[in-house]
Structures are given as C-alpha cells and as structure tokens.
Design a binder for this molecule. Structure first.
Ligand code: GEK
Length: 278
C-alpha cells in the first residue's frame, strides 16, 4: 500500500515536471536546452570574403542562441510538436527528426512524454551536430529511446514511422532534390502518420515579400543582431538556404502523395505545415 502511494507520488511529480517544461516551451520562444550556449557573434566583425554558411564546430557552439534569435516562433513550434505527437502518435511509435541539429525537437518530445511513448531517431549530416546531440540525449533523457544517425536524409533507408519532423531542413537541400525526398517520406509514414514541415518561406508578391523580409530584419535587430551581422549572414546563406513559397510547399506535399496538408503556424517569413497520410 505504502509502495503504491510512493509510486503514485513519483508518477505525479514527473507528470508535473513534464507539464511545466511543456508550458515553458509553449510560452517562451527559447529552448529547453539546459546548457547556456555561446552567444552567436559569427558575423559580428567585417569579413573580407563571406564564406558559404556551413554547420561546422563554430556554428554548433552557438547554435541554440543563433536559432532562438533568428527563427521567429522556433520555441512555439517545438512546444506544439509534443502536443501534436500526443494526438497523432500511437503508443511506442517511431519518430524521425530530419536535420535534427542538436536534437531540440527530440528533447521537446522527451520533456513532454514518458519514455515508452515513442522511439526517436534524429538524423543530421554534420558530425559536430550529431556528436553534441548524442551527448545531450545521454545527459538529459537517458531513459528515453533516442538515437542519432550521421547520414544524408536524401539517401537514408527509412523505417516505418508515425511522425516525421522536417524542421528548417528541406530549405537547405537543392530544390531539385526536394520532391524525391518528400515522396520517400510519404512512403515511410504509417497510415495515420503525420509530417511536420517547418520552413523559411518567400512571398511570390514582391511587395509582400519585401514587407515580410524588412519586418524579419527588425525582428533580428530587436534580438540584438547588428545590420552588419544581418547582411553578412544573408550573403553566407545565398544559394545555401533557398526558400520556397508556402504554395510551392503545399504543392510539393501534394505531388509527394499527401492528399491533405495545412499551414498550422506562421510568423513573418517562417511557417510550419502539417501533412496527413490517410
Ligand atoms: C532544429 N531541425 O533545431 N542530410 C542531413 N542533414 C542535413 C542535410 C542533409 N542532406 N542538409 C542539411 N542538414 C533543427 C534545425 S538546421 C536549420 C535544423 C537552420 C542539416 C544541417 O547539418 C543542420 O543541422 C540542419 O540540417 C538545418 O529544429 O540552422 O536554420
């Protein structure tokens, strides 16, 4: 009887912890990563020649700060992931997080769901990202089934999955490679499975696009980036991050086989879509 009491108390405590973490995520635009990362100052001094952006050690060291200050709504998207997962995932289903970087989506899921609720595989091409993500999962959620693979998501052999997360990654693939990947993800999803696709977007209308980009730069300035940093980062990302329009993203999903997709979140020129496999 006493044992049952403690079991109930302990279960309630961890439920409470999960609820707090989740509430924190939804209401703040920050990350739940407990280690404070370095402040992103990569483009803060004038560079003779701005090199193409790459996910190297320097970026990994300041990545949580960089993404939090550069992607409007990043924390809110992470927070909603687990609420979406809890509605759509069957118990114990497999989840992919493609282009997982430091595994923030995995941490968000593990922070909100019990260890046996899902199995997670993060995939990233950057060895520095993969190494740090593995270490974070070991430290933060050793009881959850969290794997991280170093691989190219275009050539990976996919296991059947209930949910696939593609958060701010498709935009880094050459546009010609995007449809083939989405078709393979549709095939990998189990019936009833969902794909979450979050991307930076561009407007077809020039005036709308200019307005959104200008307000986005205001957002970055308000988050402490200087005009020099904004302009050098923009140069570094040219032809590396190639955004689609929202309409093109929905069309790609349709071509890939998804009969239904919707934009569930939008903040300036960043959006998150959900696509359903019947
Ligand atoms: C997050 N989802 O924190 N195969 C595997 N990984 C790739 C590939 C590829 N072909 N191309 C790029 N990447 C994360 C954020 S960041 C977005 C994603 C950003 C990886 C790349 O190494 C990087 O870690 C990630 O995709 C993109 O929610 O930095 O704006």
């Amino acid at each position: 009887m006493q044992g049952l009491f403690w079991f109930t108390v302990l279960t309630d405590c961890s439920d409470l912890r999960r609820t707090r973490k989740l509430r924190n995520l939804i209401n703040n635009s920050g990350l739940i990563m407990s280690d404070a990362s370095y402040r992103d100052a990569i483009f803060s001094t004038p560079l003779d020649k701005v090199a193409r952006f790459s996910f190297d050690e320097q970026v990994v060291a300041c990545f949580p700060d960089m993404i939090r200050r550069s992607v409007p709504g990043y924390g809110q998207i992470l927070g909603m992931l687990s609420l979406i997962a809890q509605r759509h995932l069957r118990h114990g289903a497999h989840v992919y997080d493609l282009g997982c970087s430091l595994g923030a989506s995995g941490l968000a899921l593990a922070g909100a769901m019990p260890a046996d609720a899902f199995r997670y595989t993060g995939v990233d091409l950057s060895p520095a990202m993969v190494g740090k993500a593995r270490q974070t999962f070991l430290e933060e959620c050793p009881d959850h089934a969290m794997r991280v693979e170093e691989a190219d998501i275009r050539t990976l052999k996919y296991a059947p999955s209930g949910m696939i997360i593609l958060n701010f990654t498709l935009q880094f693939l050459p546009p010609a490679d995007r449809d083939a990947l989405l078709a393979r993800l549709y095939a990998a999803l189990e019936p009833g499975g969902v794909l979450i696709l979050s991307e930076k977007t561009v407007d077809a209308d020039e005036r709308d696009n200019a307005w959104r980009v200008e307000r986005y730069h205001d957002f970055k300035r308000a988050n402490g980036y200087s005009d020099l940093e904004i302009s050098q980062k923009r140069t570094a990302l040219e032809n590396v991050l190639v955004p689609d329009t929202l309409e093109a993203l929905h069309e790609r999903l349709k071509q890939a086989g998804f009969p239904r997709s919707m934009t569930w979140f939008q903040y300036l020129n960043f959006a998150s879509l959900i696509a359903f496999k019947p």
